[in-house]
Design a protein around this ligand. Structure first.
Ligand SMILES: NC(=O)c1ccc[n+]([C@@H]2O[C@H](COP(=O)([O-])OP(=O)(O)OC[C@H]3O[C@@H](n4cnc5c(N)ncnc54)[C@H](OP(=O)(O)O)[C@@H]3O)[C@@H](O)[C@H]2O)c1
Length: 458
């Protein structure tokens, strides 16, 4: 069996190691600098890039990726006018409400604009799912927990697979090509459930077809790809949201309120980990770079997004990690510094069963979320000088089904209210999380590219 063998370390700058060595034991093991552990074969042929850091600080890889604006603008001019060769639905006419929205000028970055609602209040929302893998099935089941959600259509690269999925989960229509679903005028919103590397092309095509989108995490595999999608959505007046379902769970909303209300004082530190053991199979999307594999995009996205939700954007990212035999990172540790002085310590792995805990510590106490924090059953609020208080995911804080119903309700609320983004998972937060992940991946020497051809293969 192939393994990550010898260690070749390279430095990407770094400071604040004293804190890390005290509070974050692996930092002490690996030393104060950002360290990459990789198979010797890779190290010999492609040395890890040392990223330029002004003033000796760790890199921020997110300044340059925004050179996509021109292509995005060009795409916007074809918004909702996409033709689909070979499909009669190519002549799909814009609903008047969509056409009106497309003509509306874009708002400033970060604005949650209010447009003509895409779904009237008096009828259910008809969902279309793109892809028929594991998470598509989970979503299909959870749609049943939302009263006014309709399982309308599913698309697969394989018509028989789509038909089997539709039959099993009660979808009215099944398509053997993703674009057929995007051209269905009765689809109100599209859930993109392909592997991450295939999100970008599907999401762009959906927006061009005028469809609101809920895109699985990781939103894309590059910052530029995420910005492409979010810019086009804004320019076309189409709702877009990352399916970071954790943020919509009632108990997580309550934790967020507690922190914002000062329950633990000023937050100074957050630690979060998530991992499991996934046996290596080259076809498995976690191990396969062509499907956007690796621990950071699949698992790290949860603790990174959680930290972003509590602390906002980091000003510095330090990383250490291990590259596996298929060229993707099998695990990574991130140290995120924030302008406020707060720090987040993140650990993720696909070869180690990390518990999945979060601890948010402030000047007046802390909130501990026992495993698994991304769909918690409970949390403990420990205020200085007071008895611990337990929150349970019960009653009004209960999680419905697997937990996806809450994000589905939010999407539907936004569509009915004519919002282009959700204030709970806004585009700025998605971009921030993508920047942190891309910065970490670059530090590890892992570069991804979006798959432009996924629609050609359907
Ligand atoms: N929110 C969560 O809790 C959660 C959990 C797991 C995964 N996810 C996310 O959901 C997405 C899908 O994950 P999954 O576990 O459902 O993956 P999966 O089981 O491997 O299914 C992915 C599906 O995507 C389609 N696909 C399109 N292009 C493909 C390609 N080049 N290679 C392989 N499949 C391709 C296939 O459907 P067709 O053959 O029908 O076209 C495939 O069944 C990922 O972005 C992942 O991060 C989220």
């Amino acid at each position: 069996m192939l393994r990550a063998r010898s260690v070749a370390a390279s430095t990407v700058g770094g400071s604040n190691s004293d804190h890390a060595a005290t509070h974050w034991p692996w930092m002490a093991v690996f030393g104060p600098s950002t360290t990459v552990v990789r198979p010797s074969r890779r190290a010999a042929s492609s040395p890890t890039r040392v990223l330029p850091v002004p003033g000796g600080r760790t890199t921020h890889a997110w300044r340059e990726p925004f050179a996509h604006a021109a292509s995005s603008a060009a795409r916007a001019s074809t918004c909702c006018r996409r033709s689909v060769p070979g499909h009669p639905v190519a002549a799909y006419a814009l609903p008047e409400s969509t056409a009106a929205r497309v003509r509306t000028p874009a708002g400033p970055p970060g604005s949650v604009r209010r447009m003509t609602p895409t779904v009237p209040p008096d009828r259910p929302v008809r969902w279309g799912i793109v892809a028929t893998g594991g998470i598509a099935a989970t979503m299909a089941r959870d749609l049943g927990d939302v009263d006014d959600a309709v399982r309308h259509a599913v698309a697969s690269r394989d018509r028989l697979r789509a038909q089997a999925f539709a039959e099993e989960h009660g979808f009215a229509r099944a398509y053997g090509a993703y674009e057929e679903l995007l051209a269905d005028p009765d689809v109100d919103v599209v859930y993109v459930a392909t592997p991450h590397r295939q999100h970008h092309a599907v999401a762009l095509a959906a927006i061009e077809a005028g469809k609101p989108i809920l895109v699985e995490k990781a939103f894309t595999v590059t910052v530029a790809g995420a910005a492409d999608v979010l810019d086009l959505a804004r320019e076309c007046g189409v709702f877009a949201m990352e399916a970071m379902w954790t943020r919509f769970l009632p108990i997580v909303s309550r934790i967020r309120e507690l922190v914002a209300g000062g329950a633990v004082g000023e937050v100074r530190s957050l630690s979060a980990d998530l991992g499991f053991v996934r046996e290596m199979e080259r076809w498995d999307r976690l191990w396969d770079k062509d499907q956007g594999g690796g621990a950071v995009l699949d698992l790290g996205v949860y603790p990174i997004s959680f930290a972003q939700m509590i602390l906002g954007d980091p000003v510095r990212v330090q990383v250490t990690g291990t590259i596996g035999p298929t060229g993707v990172e099998t695990g990574a540790g991130l140290l995120l510094d924030h302008a406020s002085g707060a720090r987040a310590m993140i650990d993720c792995s696909m070869v180690t069963p990390l518990a999945g805990r979060v601890s948010i510590t402030g000047t007046g106490g802390r909130i501990d979320i026992p495993p698994r924090f991304h769909h918690p059953a409970r949390a403990l609020l420990v205020r200085e000088g007071a008895e611990p208080e337990e929150l349970r995911a019960e009653g009004e804080l209960a999680t419905v089904g697997h937990g996806f119903a809450h994000q589905v309700r939010e999407v539907q609320r936004c569509l009915r209210a004519g919002l282009l983004e959700s204030p709970v998972m806004p585009r700025a937060d998605t971009l921030s999380v993508m920047r942190t992940m891309e910065s970490a991946l670059r530090g590890l020497g892992v570069e991804h590219s979006e798959d432009p051809d996924v629609l050609l293969r359907t």
